[in-house]
Design a protein around this ligand. Sequence first.
Ligand SMILES: *Cc1c(COP(=O)(O)O)cnc(C)c1O
Length: 392
Amino acid sequence: MQIYADNAATTALSPKVLEAMMPYLTEVYGNPSSLYRIGSQAKEAVEEARANIARLIGAESANEVYFTSGGSESDNWAIKGVCRLLKAKGKNHIITSKFEHHAVLHVCEALKKEGFEITYLDVYSDGLVKPEDVKAAIKAETALVTIMYANNEIGTVQPISEIGKICREAGVLFHTDAVQAIGNVPVNVQDDYIDLMSLTAHKFHGPKGCGALYIRKGVRVANLIEGGAQERSRRAGTENVAGIVGLSTALELAISTMSERAERLTKMRDRLISGLLKIERSRLNGSKEHRLPGNVNMCFEGIEGESLLLRLDLAGVSASSGSACTSGSLDPSHVLLALGLPHEIAHGSLRLSFSDDNTEEDIDYLLKVVPEIVNYLRSFSPLWDKINNENN
Ligand SMILES: *Cc1c(COP(=O)(O)O)cnc(C)c1O
């Protein structure tokens, strides 16, 4: 049996999305800036996609959507673009959380070297930011608040509209990395008081290398790439036409099937969580209620996450210990440490993330192999012996 349970890292390209992209990878190869037919057809496809995405995220106008190469680029552009302009006005303070994606945390670290002060908010043991903490951290110098919509490792969904409202009332700009949330939970930039929002196609069955940044009308952001007049001269470069069509098609599919999928995946998720919690000394990381429908993240004491992943791979299961960006390193996840877990427990983590393509049979199989492998690894783990001796 082969199970792909790493949909938070990336998803399979949907055949319907590929079909929509194909003409723009073949016949309609014109440059959208050219005036002849295959150019204007490409231009039309890009503008149609922009309008469709704007509608799907609740934007006021298509002009508020800018195409980028993905989530990391959108995060970089939003944060650097806003903060560097506002620094000239004496605003040199950024508020974020301890468990953001590295595309946000590392940008904040880079801005710190440029003279910014960064406040990293706690996420507590339930993996949630408290809106009142955001309110308390805002000061006259605050340029931007950037808090992710849903966490990529533990799947917790933040109280974004409350946070957005606090920022709007305080007159502070609010950016959210909505890469994991969009297509999985309802997101609306106006209802949620969002000024800037990042998304990327490959997390909802679209192609890799194509994303978007929503910039609310009137929000000033420094240009990202100087060059031609593409993206209203703010992000130059010939458009990734097929990718953009793929992004729009994938987002529409994800949102139109969202509530049905959420119901199905939530049931599967909760069955898996209850089953895996029967393993001795296991725990679920992050709130069970405020959680993406397809995310399970557990710790099993006394084992190494990496060994568990290798054994699962041999059993046909593709999973992760957390973020794809940190796997391969033996440092425990910054997200799990932010929840207050000790290093030795954070080491034994497992993230299983599901999509439309997963079935109840996948869950049956996981409920069989995960406990088997955990027991096997514990049978020769000195750490597990130590835990047992300490408790006897
Ligand atoms: C995947 C991911 C990103 C990065 O997106 P790319 O398109 O791979 O650059 C950023 N933020 C979050 C929360 C993610 O899950």
